[in-house]
Design a protein around this ligand. Structure first.
Ligand code: UT7
Length: 367
């Protein structure tokens, strides 16, 4: 049975920074409260010309470059997001088109902040079953587009960004070893974005009622998170037969430093084993785990051969954890320049649209 190795990684965050002081001019809050209660100092916010798909594309191109993998070699693209470009088509398909991943299947996955764990597990399972060889897994969010900038309970928390992994098959042991995924829909009302779905399609009334904004019972989500982080980590480690002592890094969902500290206490692990970067990005939901992992790899903290656990929780409620041994790129010849595939992707997309247009005229005549 092949193993699913993580051979490429990339991240993309908007340039625009929103600091706690900036927020204090918008709502009744202050830098000290936000830092004490969350650990966040600043977050990145998209500009008008940026979106979930542009961030996803940026992270994906970097991941392909690290893996030295041509987009045309991808079999599967999964984009995890709670703030997709559209309800449909899937953001994954937009990325597929732009990078010219001609033979990849593509779909979006929604498991809120646990989404990247779910998506990586799905891709790893497809590789381990032997049905595919190469997958691109993306976590991308622009939650700033759904935040009520007058609600101090939520607007201080979230930021925008994307991270991506390339997963590849190899007979050599390593890569993703195990994962656990959990849900409890009875807590669905604790963290919601109700507007725009089939129950509350956009109307003047839903906009007036603020249904297109994130609503959260922060205290309850906090309580739930502190309960499940350590528990899911232990479960995933048990499933992989790895002991806590063997773990080099825990990459937790970056929601609140106090939640991460509670997980460290629960696992009796020192905080320096936890990858933390939420002070600079806030909570980027499904993108937070890959962004934290990418930064830790680029800093030289996570190295080839390291054993790590990624663990997250979020709306749904959902939670999960995944264990992996970090691999790094497979040895390969030549250099792939994925940006060149953008040009190829654009030309291909244009030609396909043109063919569809011409076929449409012919088909109409035949009728
Ligand atoms: O990815 C999953 C997404 N969600 C989360 O992870 C959120 C989990 N929850 C949390 O991180 C925390 O519950 C929050 C950071 C959201 C809130 O922290 P807290 O320690 O639970 O604060 P609280 O809601 O109990 O509020 C304490 C006080 C209240 O004032 P009173 O009633 O004690 O007078 C709030 O009104 O702090 C007040 N408060 C604020 N003050 C200044 C709430 N938000 C703010 C604020 N600035 N932004």
């Amino acid at each position: 049975m092949p193993y699913a190795h993580i051979t490429g990684w990339g991240m993309a965050v908007p340039e625009q920074i929103l600091t706690n002081d900036d927020l204090s001019k918008m709502v009744d809050t202050n830098d000290e409260w936000i830092r004490d209660r969350t650990g966040i100092r600043e977050r990145r916010i998209v500009r008008e010309n940026e979106s979930t798909a542009t961030l996803a594309l940026g992270a994906s191109l970097k991941a392909l470059k690290v893996a030295n993998l041509r987009p045309t070699d991808l079999d599967l693209i999964i984009c995890s997001s709670s703030s997709p470009e559209y309800i449909f088509p899937a953001t994954a398909c937009l990325v597929q088109d732009q990078i010219g991943a001609t033979k990849a299947g593509a779909f979006d996955l929604l498991a809120a902040c646990s989404g990247f764990i779910y998506a990586t597990n799905m891709a790893a399972q497809a590789i381990r079953s032997g049905s595919i060889k190469n997958a691109l897994v993306i976590g991308s969010e622009t939650l700033s587009r759904f935040v009520n900038w007058k609600d101090r309970n939520t607007c201080i928390l979230f930021g925008d960004g994307a991270g991506a992994f390339i997963l590849q098959a190899s007979e050599r042991p390593g890569g993703v070893y195990s994962a656990v995924m959990h849900s409890d829909g009875s807590g669905g009302d604790l963290l919601t974005l109700q507007g725009g779905g089939s129950k509350h399609p956009a109307t003047e009334a839903t906009i007036h009622q603020g249904k297109h904004f994130i609503e959260m019972d922060g205290k309850e989500v906090f309580r739930f998170a502190t309960r499940v982080m350590a528990q899911a980590t232990r479960e995933a480690l048990d499933a992989a037969g790895i002991s806590l002592e063997e773990v080099d890094w825990i990459v937790p969902h970056q929601a609140n430093i106090r939640i991460i500290e509670a997980a460290a206490r629960g696992l009796k692990m020192p905080m320096d084993k936890f990858v933390v970067n939420l002070e600079r990005y806030g909570n980027t939901s499904t993108a937070s785990i890959p962004i934290a992992a990418v930064e830790a790899v680029e800093k030289g903290d996570i190295k080839s051969g390291d054993k790590l656990v990624m663990v997250g929780f979020g709306a749904g409620l959902t939670w999960g954890a995944l264990t992996a041994e970090w691999t790094g790129p497979f040895p390969s010849k030549g250099h792939v320049h994925p940006e060149q595939y953008l040009i190829f992707g654009r030309v291909r997309s244009f030609v396909r649209r043109a063919i569809r247009f011409i076929e449409g005229i012919i088909f109409r005549r035949e009728l």
